[in-house]
Design a protein around this ligand. Structure first.
Ligand SMILES: [Zn+2]
Length: 217
C-alpha cells in the first residue's frame, strides 16, 4: 500500500468538540483513554500473526531452491502484506474516530528502545509509531492537535488524585492504592489522566498541578 502524504499548512486547532484527552499505550489494551474508553488490540492481528508463524515454519522446512520453497515464500509474503494492510486500515479508522471525539490528543513521547527491552517483539506487532504517524496526519487534516509530553514524566507512578509520586511501580502491578490519599488507581487509566493533565498544560489549558521530578542531566 502506498500512502501519498501532502503537506498541510500549520493551522490553529479547530475546537469542534471542546475536548482534550490523554492516551496510554499498552499491549493488551492498545490505548487507554483518560475519558474511560479502552481500545483493545484487534484480534485479527493475533490470528494473522499465528498464520505468519505457521507460514514461516512451513517455508523454512522446504528444501532450499525447490519449487515448494518458492511457493511457501510467496505465501509468507502474501500473509505479511495482508496483516500490514489490515493493521493500517484499523489505524486509519481509529485515528478518525479519536479525532472526531477530541480536539487535542495527548501522548507520551515513545521510548521505543526502552519498550522493546521490556516487551520483546510485541512492540512491532502493535506498531505504535505507525499509528501515531497516521494519527498526526489525520489530526492535521482535520485541524486537531496531537501533543507529546516529555517521556521522563512519571505518568504511571504519579497519583492523579493527589500528585504523590511512587518510588517504584512494577510493570506487573495493574492497580495500586496511593499511600498518601488512599485512592485506588488503575495503572493505565491513571497514566492516561496524567498524560492528559500535562498535555493540557503544555498547550496552555491549565497549570501542571503535579510536582515534576528533577531532570537528571
Ligand atoms: Zn494519591
Amino acid at each position: 500500500m502506498v500512502i501519498v502524504i501532502d503537506s498541510y499548512a500549520e493551522s490553529e486547532v479547530k475546537s469542534t468538540t471542546g475536548k482534550i484527552a490523554g492516551f496510554d499505550f499498552g499491549l493488551k489494551t492498545f490505548l487507554t483513554c483518560s475519558e474511560v474508553i479502552l481500545i483493545e488490540s484487534p484480534q485479527f492481528l493475533k490470528q494473522f500473526l499465528n498464520a505468519i508463524k505457521r507460514a514461516n515454519r512451513s517455508h523454512s522446512k522446504k528444501l532450499k531452491g525447490s519449487n515448494n520453497r518458492e511457493r511457501a515464500r510467496k505465501n509468507l509474503v502474501r500473509k505479511q502484506e495482508d496483516v500490514s494492510n489490515r493493521r493500517c486500515d484499523w489505524f486509519w479508522k481509529l485515528a478518525h474516530k479519536l479525532t472526531d471525539k477530541f480536539d487535542i490528543l495527548c501522548f507520551e513521547t515513545l521510548n521505543l528502545k526502552g519498550m522493546q527491552c521490556l516487551w520483546g517483539s510485541n512492540i512491532s506487532d502493535l506498531a505504535f509509531r505507525e499509528f501515531l504517524q497516521i494519527l498526526e496526519w489525520v489530526a492535521k487534516k482535520k485541524g486537531k492537535q496531537v501533543v507529546y509530553i516529555e517521556q521522563w514524566y512519571p505518568s504511571s507512578k504519579t497519583c492523579f488524585n493527589c500528585g504523590q509520586i511512587l518510588e517504584d511501580l512494577d510493570l506487573s502491578v495493574r492497580e495500586w492504592r496511593c499511600p498518601s490519599c488512599q485512592s485506588i488507581n488503575g495503572r493505565d487509566q491513571n497514566a492516561a489522566k496524567n498524560i492528559q493533565a500535562v498535555g493540557a498544560s503544555t498547550v496552555g489549558l491549565g497549570d501542571v498541578r503535579r510536582a515534576m521530578p528533577a531532570i537528571a542531566v
